[in-house]
Structures are given as structure tokens and as C-alpha cells.
Ligand binder design. Structure first.
Ligand SMILES: [Zn+2]
Length: 200
């Protein structure tokens, strides 16, 4: 009886010593394991947003995190969009505020307060901001709870804006900008300027 148990133990030990590392090697590269062991990378457990526009549509990201033009020190994204493009909720939440009565916009500081927008509060306390929407381009009301992927408005060029685009920005509960990752047609990505992104 004892011998049989020993035999089994050896088989189990063999599995853990040799077979298991082969399984994990297939999923994670040696470099990644090395970095994880050294504490250099943390697994990314952040929320994955949907791109804030309609499925199958594709837009060019002009500015991303800390871009020099108008995002210095700011974690936000500018998608070039012709006015009237459909804007979708990137994450579920409750509509905190909307503005849609402006038709003023341009690169002058006097337009600073003229940007139509939607602000959605998420259930972890963070907010997403969708800026520069067109006049009467908001389809939802303050207090609405909505699902990710809902058509919430139309893009425009109102407020402090150099060209028609959507400015998308997320802040945590204490008002700090947050870098967000997205489902794209090519997989989950943090976005980079100068690239086109298609909603999956
Ligand atoms: Zn912007």
C-alpha cells in the first residue's frame, strides 16, 4: 500500500515539476515571467472601455495622453470626427450633466465655456466626459442610467476646439485623470495618437 502511494506521489511531483511549467510557458513569455517576479509589472485589472462611437466605424486619434497641442499634463483623447458622427457610451453609469445649447466654437479662449458635453458618472465613482458635441446633439437626460454602448449624442465642434472632434476624458472619484484601455477590433488597447481605431 505504501509503495503505491509513493508511486502516485512521484507521478504528481513529476507533473508539477515538468508538465506545469510547460503549460504556463505556452501562455506567458519568459520575459513577462521575469518581469512579474521582479515586481516590474502588475497585471492590468483596469476596466475595459468600449470606443465611444458606433460599432464598425473607424476614427483617427489625433491627440492622446500628454500630447503637446492642448493636452499637456492631461490624460485625454481627441478623435477627429466630422460633425454629426454618432457618440456611444464607453461605459455604463448615470448621466451627471449635459449641455447642448451652444453653437459656438473655435480656438479662442472666449469659447472655453461653450462646449456642449455629456458627463457620465460610473459606478466606481469615476466620470467620463464627452466634449464638443453639436448643438442639440444630446440624446439623453441628466439622471438617466444607461448601459455601455448606448447612442448618447452627436459629435461637433463647440467650445475650445481647433477642428471637429470628440474629446474623451476619464477622471477618478477625486478628479485625477485616468488612462483607459479599450476594446478595439484588433484587441484590448491603450490608444496611441496618429492611429485609426475601429470599434469591435
Ligand atoms: Zn481634446
Amino acid at each position: 500500500m505504501k509503495n503505491r502511494t509513493d508511486g502516485l506521489l512521484i507521478i504528481v511531483q513529476f507533473f508539477f515539476l515538468f508538465a506545469m511549467p510547460c503549460v504556463s510557458k505556452a501562455q506567458v513569455t519568459d520575459d513577462r515571467i521575469h518581469d512579474l517576479k521582479a515586481g516590474r509589472v502588475q497585471p492590468d485589472t483596469s476596466y475595459i472601455y468600449s470606443l465611444p462611437f458606433s460599432p464598425k466605424s473607424k476614427f483617427l486619434l489625433i491627440q492622446a495622453y500628454n500630447s503637446k497641442m492642448s493636452h499637456a499634463g492631461e490624460l485625454s483623447l481627441d478623435f477627429k470626427m466630422k460633425p454629426g458622427s454618432k457618440i456611444f457610451a464607453a461605459r455604463e453609469g448615470v448621466v451627471e450633466s449635459v449641455k447642448e445649447n451652444s453653437d459656438q466654437g473655435g480656438l479662442k479662449s472666449e469659447y472655453m465655456n461653450d462646449g456642449n458635453h455629456i458627463i457620465i458618472r460610473h459606478y466606481d465613482g469615476s466620470v467620463a466626459m464627452y466634449w464638443h458635441l453639436q448643438k442639440d446633439g444630446v440624446l439623453i437626460n441628466e439622471g438617466d442610467s444607461l448601459q455601455k454602448g448606448k447612442h448618447i449624442g452627436f459629435s461637433g465642434n463647440t467650445g475650445y476646439s481647433a477642428f471637429p472632434h470628440l474629446h474623451f476624458q476619464v477622471q477618478d472619484a477625486s478628479g485625477r485623470d485616468v488612462a483607459t484601455r479599450f476594446y478595439t477590433k484588433k484587441g484590448v488597447r491603450y490608444l496611441r495618437p496618429g492611429k485609426w481605431y475601429e470599434a469591435g
